[in-house]
Design a protein around this ligand. Structure first.
Ligand code: ZN
Length: 464
């Protein structure tokens, strides 16, 4: 059966436009006003009063992440189910090479966790955690096989590369038309600050942000962009959290450098004061980078509206408070870092962005679908409502209301940093490659996710 989404406001790249969307097989067959259809072979989905978005893409998840002590409870099944229920039809997870492993082994490990279990479409970025000439050669082969985005860490002693290694990696990724994202925090300074806090016996949750102040991010961004400039490679800054960091990016762009920026809902919506909540509740918010101040949030919202920030990913990496986060009750450095978010990202951006007048409806589609698809080699197959593209679509009802809670989320975890926050709007139906997968808050088709081999990064920011 064809599926006709009828009478909604289509959020097209050119702007919101009233019209119908016809899905045939796995693709978008037609877009237009009052499309003709054969009632015998067409199922109708009325969308009056609703927006119709392209399926959203989460640029940043960590499902089933093993931090060496505990494993995050959201695996590819629960994580992707949560994503779909929120309107996200594609996730990009960070496959991470263990030290001593080839990149191919890292990818194999991630396929073993994801294949056959994932409810939405998925692809992998590859995090490079050690470096030698054989890894350099492998970048060429994995890019040819469809992994065109990579990540490097400047923090975490077991993950980070040295500056000269980042330089070589950047040259190589640039050569294959890929994009290298970076976790920009100065790991040496963090180690030093943690040591000082330890000596001062300040190991409560509220010390976490003191160990990773804004300067730690801004310095690492400046250094990363300097190395990238020398390497002549475009770069992505993942989970940007500070006004200071964004200012460094804007200064580099003014000099002609090609820099992309991702932020996350937590940095737009939650403040650093959360770490001072009583009874260890602050542990819910322990993530890196940490939550910041109101002025940082304002700078990031402004960055979204002005097009300075390109994508909004979740950095979904959930850990239970009971049995996992509480390992750090006496020492904040032992609290596993991360929060859930895959389900709630579109809801939060709609409620606190679009409905609050901070960003437009077209901005939401650009930030959550079009820009991610372009930057990560999925466009125009995904990322926009266009004939010939995958039939990934969300019928978004702006009249829905709700309250986010650990009690009603699909994430397989006992907490959410957005507990008690009121939300408006929500997906009434979600389609994945032409198939109805979510209807009225329930998953109606399981394990339909397909692995996505990706093309080279389609860069949409021009350097000089
Ligand atoms: Zn991350």
């Amino acid at each position: 059966m064809d599926k006709l989404i009828q009478g909604g406001t289509l959020v097209l790249p050119a702007g919101p436009t009233p019209g119908d969307l016809l899905l045939r097989g796995e693709i978008i067959a037609q877009i237009g006003r009052d499309l003709p259809y054969d009632p015998q072979t067409t199922e109708i989905f009325p969308a009056d009063g609703c927006y119709v978005f392209p399926g959203f893409i989460d640029t940043h998840t960590h499902f089933q992440l093993d931090n060496g002590v505990v494993v995050s409870p959201d695996d590819f099944a629960s994580g992707s189910a949560a994503a779909l229920l929120g309107g996200t039809t594609t996730i990009l997870d960070f496959a991470t090479q263990n030290r001593g492993e080839t990149l191919a082994q890292g990818l194999d490990n991630w396929h073993a966790m994801a294949d056959g279990k994932t409810h939405c479409d998925y692809g992998f970025h590859l995090a490079v955690t050690w470096w030698n000439p054989s890894i350099a050669r492998e970048i060429t082969s994995v890019a040819a096989a469809g992994v065109t985005s990579f990540k490097v860490y400047m923090a975490y002693d077991n993950l980070r590369l040295r500056d000269q290694e980042i330089f070589a990696l950047l040259e190589k990724v640039g050569e294959v038309g890929g994009i290298l994202g970076c976790h920009c925090e100065n790991g040496d300074l963090i180690n030093c600050l943690i040591q000082r806090l330890r000596l001062a016996n300040r190991l409560g949750v509220d010390a976490h942000p003191l160990s990773r102040p804004p300067e730690v991010e801004a310095e690492a961004i400046y250094r990363y962009l300097t190395i990238a400039k020398m390497a002549g490679a475009p770069v992505n800054i993942v989970h940007l959290s500070t006004a200071a960091g964004l200012a460094v990016v804007e200064a580099a762009r003014a000099q002609g450098q090609e820099v992309y920026v991702e932020t996350c809902p937590q940095y737009l919506l939650l403040e650093q004061s959360r770490y001072s909540q009583p009874d260890f509740r602050g542990a819910v918010y322990v993530m890196s980078p940490p939550l910041r101040r109101a002025a940082d949030q304002e700078a990031l919202w402004r960055g979204l509206a002005l097009g300075q920030v390109d994508t909004v990913g979740t950095d979904h990496c959930s850990f239970n408070l009971a049995g996992q986060k509480d390992l750090g009750r006496e020492d904040f450095t032992k609290i596993p870092n991360g929060i859930p978010g895959a389900q709630h990202r579109p809801l939060l951006l709609y409620t606190y962005g679009v409905a609050a007048g901070r960003v437009g409806i077209g901005d939401m589609a650009r930030l959550l679908a079009e820009n991610p698809a372009k930057l990560f080699g999925l466009y125009p197959r995904k990322g926009a409502l266009a004939p010939g593209g995958d039939g990934d679509a969300v019928i978004w009802d702006p009249r829905q209301t709700g309250v986010i809670s650990a009690a009603n989320q699909r994430h397989n975890v006992d907490n959410t940093p957005y507990e008690g926050m009121a939300v408006t709007g929500g997906p009434r139906q979600v389609f994945l490659r032409g198939q109805l997968v979510v209807a009225d808050g329930r998953l109606v088709a399981e394990r339909q996710g397909r692995y996505l081999a990706r093309a080279a990064s389609l860069r949409f920011r021009r350097g000089i």
